[in-house]
Structures are given as structure tokens and as C-alpha cells.
Write a protein that binds this ligand. Structure first.
Ligand SMILES: *[C@@H]1O[C@H](CO)[C@@H](O)[C@H](O)[C@H]1NC(C)=O
Ligand SMILES: *[C@@H]1O[C@H](CO)[C@@H](O)[C@H](O)[C@H]1NC(C)=O
Ligand SMILES: *[C@@H]1O[C@H](CO)[C@@H](O)[C@H](O)[C@H]1NC(C)=O
Ligand SMILES: *[C@@H]1O[C@H](CO)[C@@H](O)[C@H](O)[C@H]1NC(C)=O
Ligand SMILES: *[C@@H]1O[C@H](CO)[C@@H](O)[C@H](O)[C@H]1NC(C)=O
Ligand SMILES: *[C@@H]1O[C@H](CO)[C@@H](O)[C@H](O)[C@H]1NC(C)=O
Ligand SMILES: *[C@@H]1O[C@H](CO)[C@@H](O)[C@H](O)[C@H]1NC(C)=O
Ligand SMILES: *[C@@H]1O[C@H](CO)[C@@H](O)[C@H](O)[C@H]1NC(C)=O
Length: 709
């Protein structure tokens, strides 16, 4: 009990130490009698701004409120001050040059403010007009200008209402960092040629989206002021506690921001305080089964039961503080013992004992068995599951790269929770898979059962998934037809082996390009998370329907009867993907192209095969083979499982094609055989392929459960 309390104490003390060490900057707070949050009109004025000169951080932050309206500098009306965005909105002047009077040339007399480049536009209205925006940069004595011209002889070509596109109204972007600006409006001929409909030139800076052009403005534009946004900055890089100073790029000013997870006014020394993320459900990412616990600058997610225990413990132990500190050394001893106990529990829970027994039995026949790794070994190999070691993520869990001391590289899969009643099956799979020694199946080296969810250790395959190679435009162009055919043949060979040659038949259940890994151009089938072992005397197993949308066998979907032909269907989709370079399901395509299997079937039926074949393999010398693979894929996609070829037939056919690729002189004979075979098979063509339309927003992995089973 006491050790739990100490754990809490440590958590609480640590951040305080960190804060003290990081808040060393010296900040001059406003005098004590200042109110750091005042109102003027209906606007809130916050420090560094103030309505009193002595309370503002600098004279440029003084807002004159003597008339009841916030006025900045020389009579500029302020409409909004944002401390978080270091911006201030004001009403700027409109410059005019008219037929009968001299144009005025208003200044934006706010030397220390910058016109926001991203939020404003410079606009000129008129038909005999040009105007400049002149300004300076900090630490640069030169003057710079931008401008815009618009002339027209009548109303015909003037921009339509709502559009300011050049004739009658022109607009231009404003460069970043411009200060001390001045607007000058001019006319070419005193509007004498256009005075029937336009007597004045108007020029002004306006906040983007706040100005809409109307043709009637040429005749009469009355507003004297327009809203615009200025940026402000402080001169020193000192900010309050829990806040950080940022430099304005290319300029000498700074602005402050509360650190991540803190909220307040970063210009005051004690204002940024921790945000309690747990109070709003959108601010934290803890799941429903976890309890959100607020921390300094963040939050953490704890398992609910654990939290309850901690709470009760803290309540009971509150009186024992003194004795706790004395016996702190006990904590370490206890903690270690507790950890060992926990590991033993998980090991038992995850079926470690059964596995050990089975492995022991097996070792007597062969030395090709799975190893049981300790948690410590795997933590070391993955640098404590560092995010830099993550090589894959998906519906199944996370895959890390790991380095063992003997320089061996492995892939470590951290699965999602394993259902307690499936433990025995999980153990079986580990044992069977570890025995499989096929060139085109990713080798399972072992597992670790000391953690809450079992970890699986596989051989590392360096070149990523087939999915990346097909759907990344760069990689796809290196995937020549020969290579594609090879990958198809190898994958088919591996699946055929799993279906028939392995000691207990295995149905993979989730065949898709992202589960086919590449070692150079050698295919390796992976991810047996969903696979089922089929007892030898059974050919069908009823299971919960599981698989990936777009690859799922429609027959299996309806009957729940899993057979090896379900893998054949999925493999058919993979073949089509290799041929077309398209994804199995594309939600952004028109209805008839959404499901690749269906789309391919109709394309083939209508004789448009070569329109859908990926362009970089669509070459004359490949056409014959592409046609044969396409027909084979089409047979794999038959709606009736019985009408599909077996994986063995598929593998043999692909291997045959691959051989002819290697020895082109045998082309003729093989093809005759093939054609006869095809003629016999394609007569029972398939119609009315169904499309499943469930969509899993987290990944492409879908699990459908049928009620009543
Ligand atoms: C500071 O100004 C705010 C807003 O005008 C007001 O509500 C508050 O009472 C003032 N505090 C002091 C100490 O004057
Ligand atoms: C504030 O504005 C008023 C009215 O324009 C002016 O009389 C006064 O001098 C200004 N105060 C300061 C401190 O500039
Ligand atoms: C002031 O500016 C902030 C930030 O740009 C914005 O969220 C707020 O709505 C503005 N207030 C008014 C009254 O325009
Ligand atoms: C700008 O002008 C001032 C005064 O004439 C001079 O001292 C300064 O060196 C000039 N700065 C630059 C960058 O030319
Ligand atoms: C424009 O008008 C001003 C004053 O009315 C006059 O001085 C100037 O010469 C005129 N310019 C042209 C080009 O007509
Ligand atoms: C422009 O000014 C002239 C002379 O003052 C006047 O006759 C004419 O009606 C004005 N045009 C418009 C569009 O206001
Ligand atoms: C900025 O720092 C200088 C030198 O440390 C100091 O004299 C000045 O008062 C500071 N300015 C502000 C606005 O804090
Ligand atoms: C930083 O935030 C913490 C938590 O809100 C607060 O207790 C502390 O006073 C802040 N530090 C400073 C210097 O404001």
C-alpha cells in the first residue's frame, strides 16, 4: 500500500522540479495597481495592451479609450485584439483621387505594426486609376512599393458584382513585413474621359473576405474606412512562465505562446496554467475503457480498475506519509517482485504453460520450433518499443523492427487483445506456423507471453509490402510484368502449400497485397492473425466472417462456411490488382468501378481487358500472358466456390506461365493446352457479383458478425 503512495508522490513532485528549472527568464510585469484585463467599448483589452500608458508593456501598446472607443495611434479605430494570434484589427483609411478634388493620401501611422500579408489585400477601384502601397522594412532605410492599375472606357468589361478581377477593380497581395505604410491613389486623365460613370479612384487595404466589389462602386463608393489586420510583436524575447518566445521570421520582433497543454496570457509572468484535458472529451484521446488523468502540460490514460485501486490506496495511506518516506527502499524491492508476479500471471493467462509443454513434446521430433522470448529481450531489441522502430500499423496491431544482440533483425508484432477462449487456438497457430518452412511464407521465430497481449516474433522482410509496390507510382514502374508474374506464382505456391502440403491445412483468410511482403522480388506471405487451422477430416468450418473488404469471398460472406476456396477468391483479387494497378475498393470512383473484382469481370466480358491493364506492363510481348492470367483471375473470382480452381491448380498454371517466360521457345505447346483448359472452364461464367458496402473508417480491415450464429 505504502509503495503505491510513493509512486503517486513521485509523479507529483517531478513536474514541479522541471518547471522551476525552466522559468529562469526575467519578465517585467506591469505595476501592481494595473488591471491586466480591462474593457473599452465592448472590447476586452489585455496585457501587453492597456488603456493606461503606464500599464501597457510599451507605448505602442497604449490604447486611448478617453472617448469610450478604443483608438490606436493617430485615430485608428481598433475592432479586435488577439493575444493568441498576435494580431490587431483596425479600421484603415480609403485613399481617393477625384475629378474635382485632390486625392488625399492617408497614412497608416502605426510605425511599429506590420500589415498582415496573409490576411489582407490591396484593392484599387476606378476606370482611370492606379495606386501604390508604399512601406518600409525594419532596419532598412529604403522605401518599397507595390501597386495596381485599372482602366476602362465603359461599363461593358468591368468585373461582375462580387468579383474583383482587374477591370474596374484590381487587387494584389501584400508582401510580409511591410511597416510605416502609406497609400497613394492617382488617375491618368483626372477621370475626364470616364466622368459619366466614374469620377474617383479609391485605394485601400482590406481584410481578405471582408470586401465585395459592386459595379455601382465606380459611381459612388462611400465608406471612408475599411477593416484590416495588423500584426504586433514585442521587442524582448522574455515571456511568462510555462510560455515560449518565437521569433518573427526575418524580423526583429518576438511573440509569446503558452506551452503545449497550457492556457493563459503568455506575456504575464504567472498566467499560463495547465489545461485540464480530461474535462472535455475532445481534448484527450483516452478510450472508453480508460480513465483520463490530467498531468502538467498533458494527460495520460490509465486503465480504470488500476485507477480505482490507486484511489482507494491513497485514501487509506494518507496518514502514513512519514513511514512511507522512511521505508522508500522497500518500494523498489516490492515493485520488482510485483512485476515478476505480473509477468508470471500473463504468461499463464496467455497459455505459456501449454505452449511450453507442446514445444517440449515437439523438440523431441525436430529442432525447428518456436522460441519463447522474454519480455526483457524484446524491450531491448525494440529500444523499448520506440516509435522510430514502428514499421507497420493496422487493424491487427503494431509491427516493430527489432535488433537482437547477435545482429539478427526481426519484426515484432504486438497484437490487439487476444480473446481468452481463443488462447489454445493461438498456441496451436504459433506451433504450426513456427514449423512451416517455406521460402515464400514469413517465418515465425517465436513469441513472448509475459506481456498482457502476446507478442509474435517474425523474420524481418526488408522491402515492404506488395501493396506499396503496386500502388506507389514510382515503385510500380519498376514492377515489370516478369516480376509481377513471379510474385503471383510464388504467392500462389505458398498458399497452395498452406492448403495442402502443411501437416494441418491452414486457411489464410486475409490474402491481400498488404499481407504479401517482398524480399527483393521474392514474395513472402504474412499475417496469419486471422488464419484458421482446418482439422483434416473437415473441409468446411463455420466461423465469424472476417477478412478485408474488397477481398472477401462473397460465398463465405453469405454462408459463413469457410473453405480453402475463400483464399482462392482473395488471391484472384490480388491477381487483378497486379494486372490493373488499381485498388480493390475505391470509394472515390463511380458506382460501377468501386469494386475492382466486379469492374474487372465486366471489362473482361466486354473485351476491354487491355483498357484496364496497367499501362507500364501493357506491352505487345506481354499480351498473351496477360490475357491468360486475366482469365485465370476471372475463374478465381467465380461466385460459386466450387467453380473456382483449387490453389494448387492456380499455382501450377502460374508456374507454367512463368516457365514459358523463362524459355520462350516452349510457348506454343503450353498455350494449346492452356487454351483447351480455359475453354472448358470459362463456359460457366459468373454473373451478378455482389458488393459489400460496409466501410471501416479506421482501416481497411472489416469484421462482420452475423447474429443468430
Ligand atoms: C479589471 O477590469 C475588469 C473588466 O473591466 C473588471 O471586471 C475588474 O473588476 C477590474 N479589476 C480591478 C481590480 O479593477
Ligand atoms: C486620447 O485621445 C484624446 C481625444 O482624442 C486626446 O485628447 C488625448 O490627449 C489622448 N490621450 C493620450 C494619452 O494620448
Ligand atoms: C477577434 O479575433 C479572434 C481571433 O482572430 C476571433 O476568434 C474573434 O472572433 C474576433 N472577434 C471579433 C469580435 O471579431
Ligand atoms: C539608415 O539611416 C540612418 C540615418 O541616416 C543611418 O544611421 C543608418 O546606418 C541607415 N541604415 C541602413 C541600414 O542603411
Ligand atoms: C487634373 O486636375 C488638376 C486640378 O483640378 C489640374 O491641376 C491638372 O492639370 C489636371 N490634370 C489633367 C491631366 O487633366
Ligand atoms: C462627375 O463629376 C462631373 C462634374 O462635377 C458631374 O457632371 C458628373 O455627373 C459626375 N459623374 C458621376 C458619375 O458622379
Ligand atoms: C527589453 O530589454 C532591455 C534590456 O534588457 C530593457 O532595457 C527593456 O526595458 C526591455 N523592454 C521591455 C519592453 O521589456
Ligand atoms: C505553470 O503552470 C502550473 C500549472 O498550472 C502552475 O501551477 C504554475 O504556477 C505555472 N508557472 C508559472 C511560472 O506561472
Amino acid at each position: 500500500m505504502s509503495m503505491r503512495f510513493l509512486e503517486m508522490m513521485l509523479i507529483m513532485i517531478l513536474p514541479v522540479l522541471l518547471i522551476i528549472s525552466s522559468s529562469s527568464a526575467e519578465l517585467v510585469d506591469p505595476p501592481d495597481d494595473c488591471n491586466n484585463s480591462q474593457s473599452c467599448g465592448n472590447m476586452e483589452i489585455e496585457y501587453p495592451f492597456s488603456t493606461s500608458e503606464k500599464c501597457a508593456m510599451a507605448s505602442k501598446f497604449f490604447i486611448n479609450c478617453s472617448t469610450g472607443e478604443p483608438i490606436l495611434g493617430n485615430n485608428l479605430l481598433v475592432t479586435n485584439i488577439s493575444i493568441q494570434n498576435h494580431e490587431i484589427s483596425i479600421e484603415g483609411y480609403v485613399a481617393k483621387a477625384c475629378y474635382d478634388q485632390k486625392g488625399n493620401k492617408p497614412f497608416l501611422r502605426v510605425p511599429s505594426y506590420t500589415i498582415s500579408s496573409s490576411k489582407n489585400k490591396f484593392i484599387v477601384i476606378g476606370c482611370d486609376s492606379y495606386a501604390y502601397l508604399l512601406g518600409r522594412y525594419q532596419n532598412d532605410n529604403n522605401s518599397y512599393s507595390i501597386g495596381c492599375t485599372t482602366t476602362c472606357t465603359g461599363m461593358e468589361r468591368v468585373s461582375a458584382n462580387g468579383i474583383c478581377s482587374g477591370i474596374g477593380c484590381c487587387q494584389t497581395d501584400i508582401p510580409a513585413g511591410l511597416q510605416n505604410t502609406e497609400i497613394k491613389a492617382y488617375t491618368f486623365y483626372n477621370h475626364s474621359r470616364v466622368k459619366d460613370f466614374n469620377n474617383c479612384t479609391y485605394a485601400f487595404v482590406v481584410e481578405q473576405g471582408r470586401f465585395n466589389f459592386y459595379q455601382s462602386f465606380l459611381e459612388n463608393f462611400t465608406p471612408e474606412r475599411q477593416p484590416l489586420v495588423l500584426e504586433w510583436a514585442i521587442d524582448n524575447d522574455t515571456c511568462g512562465g510555462n510560455a515560449t518566445a518565437y521569433n518573427l521570421e526575418g524580423r526583429s520582433g518576438y511573440y509569446c505562446t503558452c506551452n503545449h497543454g497550457y492556457f493563459g496570457n503568455p506575456y504575464l509572468s504567472n498566467s499560463c496554467t495547465d489545461i485540464d484535458e480530461c474535462k472535455t472529451s475532445t481534448a484527450h484521446s483516452c478510450s472508453a475503457t480508460e480513465k483520463c488523468v490530467n498531468t502538467q502540460g498533458g494527460f495520460k490514460c490509465e486503465r480504470k480498475d488500476q485507477l480505482l485501486v490507486i484511489k482507494i490506496t491513497v485514501g487509506v495511506a494518507a496518514g502514513l506519509v512519514a513511514s512511507v518516506i522512511c521505508s522508500s527502499w522497500l518500494y523498489l524491492v516490492f515493485k520488482k517482485r510485483k512485476l515478476i508476479k505480473l509477468k508470471e500471471k500473463f504468461f499463464r493467462q496467455n497459455g505459456g504453460i501449454i505452449l511450453q509443454q507442446k514445444l517440449y513434446q515437439q523438440q523431441q521430433y525436430s529442432n525447428e520450433t518456436a522460441k519463447i522470448f522474454s519480455e526483457q529481450e524484446l524491450i531491448k531489441a525494440t529500444l523499448n518499443y520506440d516509435t522510430s522502430m514502428i514499421i507497420g500499423r493496422g487493424g491487427f496491431g503494431t509491427v516493430y523492427k527489432g535488433f537482437f544482440a547477435d545482429k539478427k533483425i526481426v519484426a515484432i508484432k504486438k497484437s490487439k487483445n487476444v480473446d481468452q477462449c481463443q488462447i489454445e487456438q493461438f498456441i496451436n497457430e504459433v506451433i504450426v506456423l513456427s514449423q512451416i518452412n517455406h521460402r515464400n511464407v514469413v517465418k515465425l521465430l517465436g513469441c513472448c507471453l509475459e506481456t498482457q497481449v502476446p507478442l509474435l516474433v517474425y523474420e524481418f522482410v526488408p522491402n515492404g509490402t506488395l501493396f506499396e509496390h503496386i500502388h506507389d507510382a514510382n515503385k510500380a514502374s519498376n514492377l515489370h510484368w516478369k516480376v509481377r508474374l513471379g510474385i503471383a506464382a510464388e504467392t500462389a505456391g505458398a498458399l497452395s502449400y498452406l492448403h495442402s502440403a502443411a501437416s494441418t491445412p491452414i486457411i489464410h483468410r486475409d490474402v491481400k497485397p498488404s499481407n504479401i511482403l517482398l524480399d527483393n522480388h521474392t514474395a513472402k506471405v504474412s499475417d496469419f492473425g486471422a488464419s484458421r487451422l482446418v482439422p483434416l477430416d473437415q473441409i468446411e468450418v463455420a466461423t465469424m466472417v472476417q477478412g478485408t473488404l474488397g477481398y472477401l469471398d462473397p460465398e463465405y460472406l453469405y454462408t459463413n462456411q469457410l473453405t480453402d476456396k475463400s483464399d482462392v477468391y482473395s488471391f484472384g483479387v490480388v491477381l487483378v490488382e497486379l494486372l490493373t494497378g488499381r485498388k480493390a475498393v475505391m470509394f472515390d470512383k463511380p458506382e460501377e468501378e468501386r469494386n475492382l473484382a466486379q469492374y474487372f469481370h465486366y471489362s473482361l466480358k466486354e473485351g476491354r481487358l487491355f483498357e484496364v491493364v496497367e499501362s507500364n506492363i501493357n506491352k505487345e510481348e506481354n499480351k498473351k500472358q496477360i490475357k491468360e492470367v486475366a482469365e485465370l483471375a476471372n475463374r478465381c473470382l467465380n461466385l460459386r466456390g466450387d467453380d473456382r480452381p483449387s490453389m494448387k491448380e492456380v499455382a501450377m498454371e502460374l508456374e507454367g506461365l512463368r516457365k514459358t517466360e523463362k524459355h520462350p521457345w516452349v510457348n506454343e505447346e503450353v498455350n494449346m493446352e492452356e487454351i483447351e483448359y480455359l475453354l472448358a472452364e470459362t463456359s460457366n461464367a459468373n454473373d451478378g457479383i455482389i458488393t459489400t458496402s460496409a466501410y471501416d473508417s479506421i482501416g481497411d480491415h472489416v469484421t462482420l458478425e452475423f447474429s443468430g450464429r
